[in-house]
Design a protein around this ligand. Structure first.
Ligand code: PRP
Length: 208
């Protein structure tokens, strides 16, 4: 059996739609239940619903053979996994945002609030800009509004959250999309099955 870690939530639904179109049909997977493990005997696949930010951990440690994770999670975790395919879903961008009237004070370190500590550190290290990181777990947009930080480094999808909170993008960091990843050792053992799935998924990719 091939063990697949899928990201719970919005991205997971998109991934399941792709899998279904590719012939990996497991209707039970999208039923409204609290179950986390599903078996598709016909295709020889086990699915696990995993917190999106944990997918790379399950795959890196081999608890799952393959999985789907956002590029943001992969960069942030620096997971030692194979990135097999850009699924071109869950598209968004990593960006720096601030209040619309914000002006940077270069005489002191920049206060950056984010969930993505490593991405933020690398981005500013390359620019030789000294920063103080404030690590948050969600609702990052509140930080500059309440004066907790100067800027935020976060995911922007539609831009609605920024707009509704009077924030705007001041710098783009990188585009993000979902990737099919594999455990390095397990890929070698399950190459035929994984490559077969890869080939079918490739046909479901919608290019811009
Ligand atoms: C993400 C991100 C932004 C929002 C951006 O939050 O952190 O808050 O989506 O989307 P938009 O540009 O379409 O408005 P998420 O929903 O993952 O929740 P979070 O507060 O836990 O980060």
């Amino acid at each position: 059996m091939l063990n697949i870690a899928l990201p719970k939530g919005r991205l997971g639904e998109k991934v399941y739609a792709m899998l279904k179109n590719a012939g990996y049909f497991c209707e039970e997977l999208v039923k409204d239940s609290r179950k986390l493990i599903f078996t598709d005997e016909k295709n020889g696949v086990n699915y696990f619903w995993v917190k999106p930010s944990d997918v790379s951990i399950y795959v890196e440690y081999g608890a799952a053979d393959i999985g789907v994770a956002g590029k943001d999670i992969l960069l942030e975790s620096n997971a030692d996994v194979y990135e097999l395919l850009d699924l071109k879903i869950g598209k968004c961008r990593m960006a720096v945002a601030a209040k619309t009237d914000y002006r940077e004070d270069m005489s002191r370190p920049l206060k950056v609030a984010t969930k993505f500590v490593n991405i933020a550190k690398n981005f500013y290290a390359e620019k030789n800009r000294e920063i103080d990181i404030i690590k948050l777990s969600g609702s990052i947009e509140l930080a500059p509004i309440l004066g907790l930080s100067d800027v935020i480094v976060d995911i922007v999808e539609t831009g609605t959250t920024l707009k509704e909170n009077n924030l705007h993008v001041i710098e783009e960091i990188l585009p993000i999309s979902a990737r099919l990843i594999a455990n390095k050792a397990h890929y070698k053992f399950n190459k035929a099955e994984i490559d077969a799935m890869l080939e079918k998924l490739q046909k479901e990719i919608v290019n811009d």
